[in-house]
Write a protein that binds this ligand. Sequence first.
Ligand code: PLP
Length: 426
Amino acid sequence: MSHIIHRDLRRVPPVAVSAAGITVTDRAGRTYLDASGGAAVSSLGHAHPEVLAAMHAQIDRNAYAHTAFFTCDAAEELAARLAAEAPGDLDHVYLVSGGSEAMETALKLARQYWLEAGQPRRRTFLARRQSYHGNTLGALAVGGNEWRRQPFAPLLMDVPRVAPCYEYRDRADGQSTEAYTAALLRELEQAILAAGPENLIGFVAETVVGATAGAVPPTPGYFRGVRRLCDQYGLLLILDEVMCGIGRTGTLYAFEQDGVLPDLVVLGKGLGAGYQPIGAVLARAHIVQRLRDGSGAFQHGHTYMGHPVAAAAALAVQQVIQRDCLLGAVTARGTAFRRMLRDAFGNHPHVGDIRGRGLLIGLELVAERAGKTPFAPEQRLHAIIKGEAMARGLMIYPMGGTIDGRRGDHILLAPPFITTEAELAE
Ligand code: PLP
């Protein structure tokens, strides 16, 4: 009997008792290969000695001091490092405890930015279908995962949505990638005009779509077009890099590969790499300057923001990524891994697409390849695959069912950056 409200109320999962490198061991002594980094979290694997040492040292010095009274060296150093390494003037950092909290923070910061600009009418966000931005009410409202949203719909603000950039599913036969991208941008412009740009705070999107579609990268030029429209109509561009940020795609931020600079960037998961709960918002200079020149304060705050031990862990993660040249490793191993997957499953009758960027990889599963026909949701394919994989000692992250009226199953693979090619082959 467990007193925890587990994700599945009818089944208690195995008890993890130890973890090291790319494996997790349960109480029965079974070992699992962590091919998904949990849910794209454990970018350095488990029990990384330098991250553990940094946490221990911080605990010995100062485990906690409330940010209403103090700042701390670990948080200051982490913020300075993130600011120095982020492109452009993404110079300001707000540290929280996870991805959803970071998304709430970004939404509120964006709203307050417009309030202080004397534009209180800007009260709505524009977002995309088939997206996930977190499970708290604001994040759920901008997200497009209908299954997660539906029970709580009466509690959520109204958010107009446009199509995601999902070439495998949505580009018509005979349509070029350029024409498909142009059509998406036309749809976005029409949505901006329909809502009235003067009512909009900003556009929210995952740079590479994670859990709701399975590692779907944007088409070339898509985000440059989005940035252009945001500039033209005065919307802030808020990119959710909770899953795809902090090196997962081979650059520190996925948007660096799309040639754009967002106004706000939302981070989580890989920031603490699973060692501590931590998320962050990066903000461009003009956002913070407006609040500084106006009311002088961001009207927000959490008890555990800027936590010293979480900041120390995240700082150590950044140091290891840089010292061990892990961004280059992610690019090389991601390419090798996709090649291995194409060799193994490229002709599989139920694998429709193998895609991704860096070590964020998706396999889309179909009942029939030519028509890209999905499996029926009641088959619960994703649940079966997860169970079968765990029974064989493999952690992967399958998703499926009906998302925004659309059926589909996929498997997300997000191994730690330290995984060797031999381990990827295994
Ligand atoms: N945004 C994206 C893209 C995510 O993948 C997630 C989590 O899966 C979140 C936000 C929410 O983060 P958290 O689960 O840390 O609250």
